[in-house]
Design a protein around this ligand. Structure first.
Ligand code: 5GP
Ligand code: MN
Length: 322
């Protein structure tokens, strides 16, 4: 999926112009790109005189609450909205809020996007939905002031893990430079979104790292509800430990399993070039990008671990030696 066609961008521009009150939503367990893209879109729409709100049913993860507009986030869809814009969300069933009935403009960069919108602006080449929004902003008539720029930069910085991923092209760096020129503070965004970890998150990591396994190019570990309690970690995620596993020398694929209170298991995969974990995640009802994907799988952790490890090993064997 390359850059959205001009005609589709024109359609979206007219749809945005016709809207009076828009809600901007993203996927459950929002990451930096989900939050940055949603806040940027809502703030920019407000600059054009519209009513617009970013809606996150569980509020924002603490690390993103410094972002401009974070204080105006709503937990439920407001009454009277005439447009929903989804950002960074590949399928309708991953959408945060339920009850989406009004027309949807779908803006995303996941190759697994199901094009569920009335209008779909999907570019799988973009490093982040925030980069895509930056590229589309002139065509959509969305202004970028310092607050919008800060949110867009946060989306780009987090999805490229600080400009480290293979998706970081010269164009990404040019976009980031322009966002800085508009006033976004790169070092501050980088520090707050990627560099700072709570003590409890590091204690939580230590439980998982204590069970780290590495075999045949695959590195993995799991995190349990008991680990979460022992570390007093408040989230239901892996606290980004997966990105550390992905740095292990010689590992081609990293995966992490996180036990959930509802009996399901969240699995995240990361891999190096030459392997595609999105296809693997899709086998389990998930999705994502070639090099970073995830799935929420029914079943308790130990059982899911066996199934997922065996599927991942099989794919590694099928691909052959690096
Ligand atoms: P993470 O593993 O860090 O949660 O997510 C890595 C990538 O996979 C992100 O692009 C995320 O949107 C996607 N992803 C994670 N979990 C799921 C899932 O359950 N379903 C789908 N479709 N994508 C997912
Ligand atoms: Mn993204």
């Amino acid at each position: 999926m390359a850059a959205p066609a001009k005609a589709e961008v024109g359609k979206a521009r007219r749809r945005l112009a016709a809207a009076h009150h828009a809600a901007v939503v993203s996927h459950e367990r929002p990451d930096g790109d989900a939050v940055g893209s949603a806040l940027a879109t809502a703030l920019s729409l407000r600059l054009t005189g519209k009513q617009a709100e970013a809606v996150f049913p569980d509020g924002l993860p603490a690390r993103y609450r410094f972002l401009p507009g974070a204080a105006t986030v709503r937990r439920d869809l407001p009454a009277g909205i005439d447009l929903i814009i989804t950002v960074d969300c590949s399928t309708l069933d991953r959408l945060g809020p339920a009850g989406v009935a009004v027309p949807v403009v779908n803006i995303d960069h996941h190759p697994t996007n199901t094009l569920f919108g009335q209008i779909n602006l999907v570019d799988a080449q973009a490093s982040a939905t925030a980069e895509l929004l930056y590229n589309l902003a002139p065509g959509l008539g969305l202004p970028i002031d310092v607050d919008v720029a800060t949110n867009l930069l946060a989306g780009i910085v987090t999805d490229t893990i600080g400009f480290r991923t293979a998706s970081t092209t010269p164009r990404v760096l040019q976009a980031a430079a322009d966002l800085m020129t508009r006033g976004a503070a790169l070092s501050d965004v980088y520090e707050r979104t990627l560099n700072q970890h709570s003590l409890s998150a590091l204690r939580y990591w230590s439980h998982g790292l204590g069970r780290l396994e590495c075999e045949g190019g695959l590195v993995w570990c799991s995190l349990t509800l008991e680990d979460r309690r022992a570390a007093q970690y408040g989230g239901n995620d892996d606290a980004d430990l997966i990105n550390l596993l992905g740095t292990v020398d010689g590992a081609r694929v990293a995966l992490i399993l996180v036990e959930q209170a509802d009996g399901r298991t969240k699995v995240s995969w990361r891999c190096r070039e030459g392997f595609n974990v999105a296809r693997l995640a899709e086998q389990f009802g998930g999705g994502g990008h070639d090099l970073a994907a995830g799935a929420m799988i029914s079943g308790e952790r130990a059982q899911v671990e066996l199934t997922v490890l065996s599927a991942t090993r099989a794919t590694l064997e099928a691909v052959g030696p690096a």
